[in-house]
Design a protein around this ligand. Structure first.
Ligand code: UD1
Length: 387
């Protein structure tokens, strides 16, 4: 069913972002919603889970995301407090704006919190990047994924394994749609605009010449890697060792920076061959990764971006919820096994790194598919039920 304009009595799609990895997923969705025929009206809500300039505002600028219509300013807190605060502050937004639907992305606390509020009010929920599973329930994100997918109405997936996971959990197949990867929409859209590594290092006051012949890019922020000195210390030791062969650019998440200081481990990463940077903007990170010899990370997004860029990636986790990056892409799981990290880097430097290929529907058009499908679904539903 199509209409040339959005019905006046069908409200906006309330689009939720909360934390850094949400922003690059939402930017192409908002562009596709505006370009859809009919244009899909939106209300952009930032929960404020991430609030530092480095973790939030800078990303809005880089991605040309419009300023949020509403910022709930929840800030940091325990999982319970953060989730509860988002719920409490999000409920009046739904009431006031008569949402046609709530669209959430990814797996952060804001994703689950806003989903719970909406479904209990009878407002449909669309989840983008649904069905990913690490099968590790000690990860807070895994809890957020499983629960969001159980109650959301529309589940847009990035890879085939997601549909299998959802079927296994009893989710009806007609809720699941293979849209592709909006994160890669952002990457392809912005690739030409990436900042040069020399510029990024200079901006941090670091002499870039040491990093010109080759570099590794490191990010670490998972609580399982950085919250205990017994796990963080050996990881920093092996990174120090790797840096003797390959200079490293290490973009420090606030959690990681705080823990390195708290545990007195700063000496391990104080080296001319390790560039310690604050959390980076999107275009800076893109420039650092493109052309890197290797990415060492525990981030979900970087595993996918490395695959799209054809850069070998060593993931410092025991599992990944993004298995296609391993089976088709450039990713290898090395866990916290320092021997595996050492061998992984040596193999890559010897030219034996995975080259990989780009997975199906990681083609820059995922957001367009979501816009077309969601508009059709909402308009058909509206035709049946009114508002
Ligand atoms: C969150 C997401 C994780 C995502 C990550 C990306 C959940 C459960 N986790 O984890 O999936 O990969 O974001 O960064 O939602 N802090 C700041 N400034 C900020 C934000 C956080 O200093 O703008 C510090 C605070 O000390 C805070 C800590 O970082 O307590 C952790 O932040 P939080 O949002 O709780 O979780 P992340 O570890 O960032």
């Amino acid at each position: 069913m199509t209409a040339s304009v959005w019905p006046a009595d069908l409200g906006p799609v309330v689009c939720v972002v909360g934390a850094r990895p949400n922003f690059m997923k939402m930017a192409p969705i908002l562009r596709a919603f505006a370009a859809n025929a009919p244009a899909i009206p939106t209300l952009l809500v930032h929960t404020g889970q991430h609030y530092d300039r480095d973790m939030s505002d800078k990303l809005f600028d880089d991605l040309r995301l419009p300023r949020p219509d509403i910022n709930l300013e929840v800030g940091s807190g325990s999982h319970a407090v953060q989730t509860a605060e988002v719920m409490r502050r999000f409920e009046p937004v739904i009431d006031e704006h008569r949402a046609a639907c709530v669209l959430v992305v990814g797996d952060v606390n804001s994703t689950l919190a806003c989903t719970l509020v909406a479904v209990k009010k009878g407002v449909p929920v669309a989840h983008v990047e649904a069905g990913l599973r690490s099968f590790d329930r000690a990860m807070p994100e895994e809890i957020n994924r499983v629960l969001t997918d159980q109650v959301a109405d529309l589940l847009y997936t990035t890879e085939a394994a997601a549909a299998d996971n959802l079927a296994r959990e009893g989710v009806a197949g007609d809720r699941v749609h293979f849209a592709g990867n909006v994160m890669i929409d952002s990457l392809l859209f912005n690739r030409e605009l990436a900042c040069s590594p020399a510029q990024t290092l200079a901006a941090a006051g670091i002499d870039s010449h040491r990093f010109e012949a080759g570099r590794g890019v490191v990010t670490l922020h998972r609580p399982s890697n950085v919250d205990q000195p017994e796990t963080l210390q050996p990881l920093l030791e092996v990174l120090r060792e790797v840096s003797e062969r390959l200079p490293l650019v290490f973009a420090l998440h606030p959690r990681t920076r705080g823990n390195i200081e708290r545990f007195g481990l700063g000496g391990l990463v104080a080296s001319e061959r390790i560039a310690l940077l604050p959390p980076q903007g999107y275009l800076e990170m893109l420039g650092l990764m493109a052309g890197a010899a290797v990415v060492l990370t525990d981030s979900g997004g970087l595993q996918e971006e490395a695959t799209a860029l054809g850069v070998p990636c060593l993931t410092l986790r025991e599992n990944t919820e993004r298995p296609i990056t391993v089976t088709h892409g450039t990713n290898t799981l090395v866990g916290r096994d320092v021997a595996a990290i050492r061998t992984g880097v040596a193999d890559i430097l010897a030219g034996r790194g995975k080259r990989g290929r780009v997975p199906e529907r990681w083609d820059g058009k995922a957001a367009e598919r979501i816009a077309a499908h969601l508009a059709g679904w909402l308009l058909a539903r509206h035709g049946r039920h009114g508002t």
